[in-house]
Design a protein around this ligand. Structure first.
Ligand code: CO8
Length: 258
């Protein structure tokens, strides 16, 4: 499928590299781009095992498009927030893990899209922040909810209330990113991680993601029930049989995702 603002590259082992490409506006998210992203994440094909999201040029995403938002009515703003939230929910619930390779500015909606991804890797040039209150608005693409679930309420409140931008080193310190790399290493490192994920049993990875994502939004008893259900479902897969047989025979297996 052809997109105006997305570049999709197929890498070996079922890995997709998705580049957000609105470079002149530092990849700021407008409605059109959000709709493309929604479409992309709603239709991930069966052979895909991991997706890496990055930004073209010097930014990851410098936020929602301020030019588009400036003259919104309250109901237009609500609809725009809903479009962003629905889109980021597609990312959070995507069948396969999504790695954000944060190459530069990840501000406002840019920070929010990164925390809808499963894992964040950053370049030394990455900058994170929720500058919304400095523009007279609140975060509106899930930031007030996902940020505190990711880094805890203390740091989330500090970032949101002060509107300050932090560098990659600080983002690592507060657990917002898993690792920091030199800019020219970032994509290779993200692909390396994606390949490790892709080598494992796809259904087991998918069920693990569902258990983590759905379980983190409910009470512990329900969450344990979710985990038990997914654990049981693994035993209905051929990959479980082949994986355990290979271990017992001291061999290796190539998982088929069935
Ligand atoms: N929206 C629209 N255009 C943008 C944005 C943006 N968020 N960010 C950058 N641009 C544009 C600039 O206007 C500029 O365009 P032009 O060349 O036509 O003047 C171009 O990108 C390059 O930007 P700069 O010249 O400013 O580049 P610098 O390197 O000097 O600065 C910064 C980079 C620091 C990232 C700076 O561009 C900046 O501060 N950008 C805005 C960051 C921001 O405030 N983001 C948060 C936006 S609000 C948000 O995301 C809310 C999400 C929830 C919405 C809920 C819906 C209701």
């Amino acid at each position: 499928m052809d997109y105006k603002y997305l570049i999709v590259e197929k890498k070996p082992h079922g890995i997709l590299l998705l580049t957000l490409n609105r470079e002149k506006s530092l990849n700021a998210l407008n409605s059109e781009m959000l709709k493309e992203l929604h479409k992309f994440f709603a239709r991930v094909e069966d052979d895909v095992r991991c997706i890496i999201v990055t930004g073209a040029g010097k930014a990851f995403v410098a936020g929602a498009d301020i030019g588009e938002m400036a003259n919104f009515s309250a109901s237009e703003a609500y609809d725009f927030a809903k479009l962003g939230m629905d889109t980021f929910m597609e990312i959070e619930r995507c069948r396969v893990p999504v790695i954000a390779a944060v190459n530069g500015f990840a501000l406002g909606g840019g920070c929010e899209i990164s925390i809808a991804c499963d894992i964040r890797l950053a370049s030394t040039k990455a900058k994170f922040g929720q500058p919304e209150v400095g523009l007279g608005i609140t975060p509106g693409f899930g930031g007030t909810q996902r940020l505190s679930r990711t880094i805890g309420p203390g740091y989330a409140k500090e970032l949101i209330y002060t509107a300050e931008t932090i560098d990659a080193k600080k983002a690592l310190e507060i657990g917002l990113v898993n690792s920091v790399y030199e800019p020219d290493e970032l994509i290779d490192k993200a692909i390396e991680m994606a390949e490790k994920i892709a080598r494992n049993a796809p259904k087991a990875v998918e069920y693990s993601k569902q258990s983590i994502v759905n379980g983190s939004q409910t009470d512990i008893d329900t969450a344990m029930q979710i985990e038990k259900t997914h654990f049981g479902l693994c035993f209905a897969t051929n990959d479980q049989k082949e994986g355990m047989k290979a271990f017992l025979n001291k061999g290796k297996t190539e998982f088929k995702g069935k």
